[in-house]
Design a binder for this molecule. Structure first.
Ligand code: PEP
Ligand code: MG
Length: 568
């Protein structure tokens, strides 16, 4: 049994280990002997044939029509005579290895495409690169791991050094029940996504790849933060019982869903949902949620090969708005960069990506991304109670820039005679110390606010939220962050506006009374936590919460704060 990890979302997962290693291939650029030419040509032709067979296999196992079309496109590119003959000729003319020839021919094609001013073709570059990877892997006889198409019969638990949010998004959830990583942090977007997918995950388990072999039977106990490797039958039986009780308790909480989120002395605190995908909206209302406090739209941009069009985005936002009816839907504009990248968009290599070309800063250079999204959101706004929220704000100038762009898109829609909610509410996330400090000015200008503690913590403490080496320093309950939250709440309230929170701290059970006492009006969180949080609220008193928060605000160290949090 291994412990010492960080539990991303409590729960249990049972399955066989699937070790995932991102394989690096070294292309062989050495010259070959003339008598090896035929051999390399044969190697390429065999890899070419194998790649087509693999792609056809993948295509036949997909249900969704648009994804099938994608693979038709791949096969067409591969069957193009220029590609095949180009590689064979290069091997014969330059005496080079098959993988090097594939590399040169495909790079030549990509460079040619880059010179053409055509968005569609630009977006195909990612497909061509994928084909290159598949061909080179096959030439070198290396298996490519495709999470969607794992052939394993049993349930799987992925064991990896690290996983990106996009990789987790692509998990086939019918097969993959959880994961363990060596790296990672609780507020990374990989963790946030896995929570919303209800995957049980334990991260930051430093030596896990030395301990687990492919196929080992694993049990993740995300309640007690334990990982069992090939447990005995007796232990497995015991853990299955624990899992059944866990599910039973979750079901018991369901009776709370129709009850109000109100303290025993009548203080109402609104509970909202954080969502990343819109496939299973039914579950939101099942949890008695009063709206969506954070819709992270970047995940709409991730599970695909090119930017979603205005129409695709409109359909998605309209679906959520309609579904939620009178309840608020807070659509956060796309927050890329940091740890969220798109395979089809060029991101610069930066030393500190969280301090760099991220979020609304990207819009300044790629105004098309903002315009398309604003247009889609505004068009969808007539179907429900949508409000727009911008991330990563650091100044009033940025707000003015965004307001100007909203006005521009509104006037465009007017000209096109398209309807939208003219009084749509505009808000921002307060997730940088800069925004916190000017929160009174922001409160004068805007309609609503939500504290993003995941980023606010990393920027206040200067601790990269994804860096495992310094994760012990990352603490949203440190005195400095708590004081800053208090400052934001008071500043926004002084302008007569409401303030919410949508970072991971809002679902931390031990912080809940403190947050109520600090005066937050709304808490937005992943659905898995909502009923437990409501249960605590319904058993608490506002007057106690205020007393506790006053005491905590006087403490100068976390070691003095923690006993108070635990006590209550
Ligand atoms: C936050 O920073 O607290 C937040 C909610 O946004 P994200 O985690 O997506 O950066
Ligand atoms: Mg954030």
């Amino acid at each position: 049994m291994v412990t010492k990890g960080i539990v991303v979302s409590s729960g249990y997962a049972f399955g066989n280990a699937f070790i995932f290693c991102e394989k690096k291939i070294n292309i062989n650029f050495n010259k070959i002997n003339i008598n090896k030419v035929d051999c390399e040509c044969k190697l390429f032709l065999e890899a070419h044939r194998k790649t087509i067979v693999q792609l056809k296999d993948i295509k036949s196992s997909i249900y969704l029509k648009d994804k099938k079309l994608l693979f038709d496109g791949y096969i067409m590119i591969l069957e193009d005579k220029n590609l095949k003959n180009g590689v064979l000729n290069l091997i014969k003319e330059k005496y080079i290895h098959a993988d090097a020839a594939v590399h040169f021919i495909i790079e030549k094609q990509i460079n040619a495409i880059k010179k053409i001013d055509n968005n569609y073709l630009q977006e195909r570059i990612i497909d061509i690169l994928d084909i290159k990877k598949r061909l080179i892997f096959n030439i070198n006889n290396i298996d490519l791991v495709d999470f969607n198409f794992l052939n394993e019969k049993n349930n799987i638990i992925i064991v990896a050094k690290d996983l990106s949010p996009a990789q987790v998004m692509l998990f086939n959830l019918k097969k993959i029940k959880g994961f363990i990583t060596q790296l990672g942090s609780i507020t990374s977007h990989t963790s946030i996504i896995s929570k919303s997918l209800k995957l049980t995950a334990i991260i930051g388990v430093k030596n896990i790849l030395d301990l687990v072999k492919n196929g080992d039977f694993l049990i993740l106990d995300g309640v007690e933060n334990k990982i069992y490797i090939n447990p005995s039958k007796k232990k497995t039986y015991f853990l299955k019982n624990k899992y059944n009780n866990f599910i039973l308790n979750k079901k018991k909480l369901l009776k709370l869903r129709k009850l109000k989120s109100i303290t025993k002395d009548g203080y109402k605190i609104k509970l909202l949902a954080n969502i990343s995908n819109i496939n299973n909206l039914n579950i939101i209302l099942k949890n008695g949620i009063e709206g969506i406090g954070l819709y992270r739209t970047e995940f709409l941009f991730m599970d695909r090969k090119s930017f979603p069009s205005e129409e695709e985005q409109f359909i998605a936002y309209k679906k959520v708005a309609r579904f939620m009816g009178k309840y608020v839907v807070t659509i956060r504009t796309v927050d890329l960069g940091g740890d969220k990248f798109l395979p089809y968009m060029n991101f610069p290599k930066e030393d500190s990506s969280f301090l760099g070309w991220r979020s609304i800063r990207i819009y300044m250079d790629r105004i098309d991304i903002l315009h398309t999204q604003l247009k889609a959101i505004l068009r969808a706004s007539i179907y429900g109670n949508i409000r727009i929220m911008f991330p990563m704000i650091i100044s009033i100038e940025e707000v003015m820039f965004l307001e100007k762009e909203i006005e521009y898109i509104k006037s465009k829609l007017d000209k096109e005679r398209k309807l939208f909610n003219k009084k749509i509410k505009i808000g921002v996330m307060i997730e940088t110390p800069a925004a916190a400090i000017i929160s009174n000015h922001l409160a004068k200008k805007l309609d609503f606010f939500s504290i993003g503690t995941n980023d606010l913590t990393q920027y206040t403490l200067a601790v990269d939220r994804n860096n495992t080496m310094i994760s012990h320093l990352y603490n949203p309950l440190s005195p400095s962050v708590i004081k800053l939250i208090k400052f934001i709440v008071d500043s926004v309230h002084s302008e007569g506006k409401k303030i919410g929170m949508c970072g991971e701290l809002s679902s931390d059970k031990k912080a809940l009374l403190l947050l109520i006492g600090l005066g937050l009006d709304e808490l937005s969180m992943d659905l898995v936590n909502v009923l437990e949080i409501k249960n605590i609220i319904r058993n608490s008193y506002l007057k106690n919460a205020r007393k506790i928060s006053k005491k905590i605000l006087l403490k100068s160290t976390y070691s003095k704060i923690l006993p108070l949090l635990n006590k209550y």
